[in-house]
Design a protein around this ligand. Structure first.
Ligand code: NAD
Length: 442
């Protein structure tokens, strides 16, 4: 590990990763990895967590290539004494960066930051999640065959080894995972004053106002909640609505779930499984909250938990104490919008916040009076499809942002530069001591 770190540090110091042609060549090699290994990636991810059909998504990330900014510096305004000089902001790489990924989208959450880090000219160490063993193995074995080994490395590590890895000095750490581990990462980074991006999670509220199209709401919420069996950081975690809306939503949610996954979701090729036994047991324990209105079936052997809706859940119930990260949707009844807003504001700031209402004023008011990493009115998850929008959390849900051009910016140091002209020394006289009254303008 130590040797690998020095190898990357040495490569960084040669300046090898800086030329634009080099970065493009490495990104193209990464593109070949995705093309040539597509089948292996799909197999590994489905072995790891019964990923369902049609998820060969990482390719799309390569479109980021177009965001490479060939201009190495942007010239800026000057003052009177620097008129003959060159003042510019240079987009510099940070150096050797570390990317740590979670298991829930094990390829996407590893490679999208990697693309940004390469594009920005860094040397990179990536650490996939040890939970998704097959994907970890595939990445560790195959990716180094495509990328320059002097500058990019894959580390396979569990908690203990990652703790050791974090003792090293990096120039940037990009972490995606839980808020608990986020704190550990930030503490380790603080020892070296290393800047960090923390892409974390939490409970994403979804307020459904009385004035809305129930069937469309049900489909859009059910899709967001049950996609990847609820193991999505921006999934709507719970619904806040009136007791009347809860009654109306229940049959509509049942209909949407049956429409998507058939009468027995266990047999649906489009419904995923829980990633591991530990996670399965944790989620299963949350089924005791409120009243099971839809679903509730489990099969430990298969790590299957049916798409489930819990009615009349209380704020003090277990399902409301932690991020669910599974196919369970609790409904918490509130009297009105004001109560929903108070409920949201009394809790840690979420990564995503959802509001459904036919009345634009309601959507705007909830947006205005709350705070969250991202926001989507009248749908779930969809804001993340826009690479023109920065993606990231606030407070407990994270620090920093990426996606599209923002990924490139995240891994880029904006270096302030002034290149002075050596002539016209007379202009400088007033700033040199000794200071007399004339120099001080008295
Ligand atoms: P996790 O925090 O347990 O693990 C994430 C990574 O950290 C893994 O690579 C793991 O090996 C490493 N890690 C775990 N414990 C560590 C320790 N003590 N020291 C150092 N490294 C350690 O998260 P997870 O279970 O893999 O993923 C689920 C969480 O990630 C959820 O909270 C989810 O909301 C969040 N998430 C956030 C985003 C986002 O973009 N904001 C995306 C996906 C998942």
């Amino acid at each position: 590990r130590g040797r690998m770190g020095s190898r990357l540090r040495a490569a960084w110091l040669t300046g090898k990763t800086r030329p634009m042609e080099y970065r493009v060549a490495q990104l193209e090699a990464l593109g070949r990895f995705l093309d040539e290994k597509k089948q292996d990636i799909l197999e590994a991810t489905s072995l790891d967590m019964s990923k369902v059909r049609g998820r060969g998504k990482a390719q799309g990330a390569l479109r980021r290539l177009q965001h490479l900014d060939p201009a190495s510096g942007r010239h800026v305004e000057k003052n009177l004494v620097t008129q003959l000089d060159s003042a510019f902001i240079r987009k510099d790489p940070y150096g050797v960066v570390l990317i740590i990924a979670p298991w829930n989208y094990p390829i996407h959450l590893l490679l999208v930051p990697l693309i940004g880090a390469i594009a920005a000219g860094n040397c990179v160490i990536i650490k996939p999640s040890e939970t998704t063993k097959n994907t970890e193995k595939l990445v560790a074995e195959a990716l180094p065959c495509y990328l320059d080994k002097d500058c990019y490395a894959v580390v396979t590590a569990g908690v203990e080894e990652t703790t050791k890895l974090l003792e090293n000095k990096f120039d940037y750490i990009f972490f995606t995972g839980s808020p608990t581990v986020g704190r550990i990462i930030m503490t380790a980074a603080a020892k070296h004053l290393t800047p960090v991006t923390l892409e974390l999670g939490g409970k994403n509220p979804c307020y459904v106002s009385d004035n809305c199209e129930v069937h469309n709401v049900a489909r859009r919420v059910a899709w967001g909640r049950f996609f990847n069996a609820g193991q999505t950081c921006i999934a709507p975690d719970y619904i806040l609505c009136s007791v009347e809306m809860q009654d109306k939503l229940m049959p509509a949610l049942r209909e949407a779930i049956t429409e998507f996954y058939g009468p027995n979701p266990k047999e649906s090729p489009d419904f995923a499984r829980i990633v591991g036994d530990k996670q399965f047991r944790r989620i299963q324990a949350l089924l005791g909250s409120g009243r099971v209105a839809i679903g509730g079936q489990t099969d430990e052997q298969e790590r299957y938990i049916a798409p489930t809706v819990l009615a009349d859940v209380k704020a003090s119930d277990p399902a409301m104490q932690e991020e669910i990260f599974g196919p369970i949707l609790p409904i918490v009844v509130v009297a009105n919008m004001d109560e929903a807003i108070d409920f949201i504001n009394a809790r840690p700031r979420p990564l995503a916040l959802y509001v459904f209402s036919c009345d634009n004023k309601v959507v705007k008011e909830v947006l205005e009076r709350t705070s969250s990493g991202g926001f989507c009115g009248n749908d779930t998850l969809m804001h993340v499809t826009l690479t023109s929008l920065p993606f990231g959390g606030i407070g407990n849900s994270g620090l920093g942002k990426y996606h599209g051009k923002f990924t490139f910016d995240t891994f880029t140091h904006h270096r302030s530069c002034l290149h002075r002209n050596m002539g016209l020394e007379a202009i400088n006289c007033p700033r040199y001591p000794p200071y007399n009254q004339q120099k001080l303008g008295l």
